[in-house]
Design a protein around this ligand. Structure first.
Ligand code: ATP
Length: 351
């Protein structure tokens, strides 16, 4: 069986026009080797560079395929959003009341829209959203993530995307790409201080624009990272029949669970199927001695899932690497740790 190191060593032999290799130019992302099947993402510095790199991608796949112990190889070419952003600042402005004439805001090319919600803030909803999105992309899905947590947009930081998105020739917003995902966030369009004073109609207008005015293209799934609670954004998305399902994140702590119940009730009233619950910060395993501590209680989310007849989709421990990855713009699910495996399993369950 080939190892990741052997694959990287092989890719390091493939020379780019500037003399560097895919490895020395730090373009290889999300490399996985599973039972002889090798998958990776080549992240180009800009969409223009990516457009010229198809022959490199094909050559890289051929080289890896020829390695002994490799049964199949595939690579996806993406472009990093930040550079693209610098070249094409959008003229489109976000903000303003929703257009009542615009009824159907669900993006046409998107097969499924899944919301990730929570009752209470700070339970890890954005962390779960982005890592689930990355895990789905690693499982071969075409995935987008819409950061609709307008009061605290964290996806740009969690995915390491800065700068403003580009604009397509027909005037739509081009979502930046990172870690194999298309991403859009109000945090890329307006000053954070501006958005926090927005109320109902402004938020609904922004939701409408970020779904309908963004060129999401063809996607298998769009994950929406909701604001915490049961506010205007949730109502707009539910009433306008945008959502196919919702995943609820909670910690096992009672105060979080009480609020999670309210979020679940709201989705039920809106006739959005609750696909399951995720227990985040489920336990802490001491890296020194292996002792398990249930800092926020134990089992509460599982009991709630049972009461609802909805699956408990995952139990995610408190993990330093998860927090560090989130702060550094490298979601933990893009790596090979135990936490990454939990997200891969969560993605499989949802698939
Ligand atoms: N399993 C985990 N292990 C360690 N840290 C975590 C875990 N889940 C989330 N965090 C950290 O907790 C903090 C809050 O997480 P996050 O922003 O995802 O929560 P949220 O519910 O989206 O919050 P908000 O209500 O502000 O939108 C972040 O610093 C994140 O890195």
């Amino acid at each position: 069986m080939a190892t990741k190191e052997q694959v990287l060593a092989e890719l390091a032999r493939l020379e780019l026009p500037d003399g560097r290799s895919l490895v020395s130019a730090d373009m290889v992302r999300a490399l996985t080797v599973e039972g002889g099947a090798v998958r990776f993402v080549i992240e180009a510095p800009s969409p223009e560079a990516a457009a010229k790199m198809e022959p490199i991608r094909a050559a890289a796949v051929d080289m890896v395929q020829a390695l002994s112990g490799v049964s199949s190889a595939s690579a996806v070419l993406t472009a990093h959003g930040a550079q693209a952003a610098a070249k094409a600042p959008p003229k489109l402005s976000i903000g303003g009341h929703p257009d009542p004439k615009r009824k159907d805001i669900r993006p046409k090319g998107v097969a499924r829209v899944i919301a990730v919600g929570s009752g209470k803030g700070g339970v890890g909803k954005s962390t779960v959203s982005v890592n689930l999105a990355v895990a789905l992309a690693r499982a071969g899905q075409r995935v987008g993530i819409l950061d609709a947590d307008f009061y605290g947009p964290s996806q740009p930081r969690m995915l390491g995307v800065t700068g403003r998105p580009g604009q397509s020739p027909d005037g739509r917003i081009m979502p930046p790409q990172a870690h194999g995902l298309k991403m859009m966030s109000l945090g890329l369009m307006v000053d954070e201080k501006q958005a926090v004073v927005w109320r109902g109609p402004m938020l609904m207008g922004a939701v409408q624009q970020m779904l309908a005015d963004v060129d999401w293209g063809e996607l298998d799934v769009l994950i929406i990272d909701l604001p915490p609670g049961t506010g205007d954004v949730q109502l707009t998305l539910g009433q306008q029949k945008v959502l196919d399902g919702a995943v609820i994140v909670s910690t096992p702590q009672d105060v979080a669970l009480i609020d999670a119940r309210k979020a679940i009730d709201m989705f039920e009233k809106l006739k959005v199927p609750v696909m399951g619950l995720v227990e985040n910060m489920s336990l802490y395993i001491c890296p020194q001695c292996g002792h398990e501590a249930h800092l926020f209680g134990h089992g509460g989310v599982g009991l709630e899932a049972e009461r609802l007849g909805a699956p408990l989709l995952a139990q995610i421990p408190i993990d330093l690497e998860t927090r560090l990855g989130g702060d550094a713009g490298t979601p933990i699910a893009a790596g090979e740790t135990a936490a990454a495996q939990i997200y891969a399993d969560l993605a499989q369950k949802l698939l």
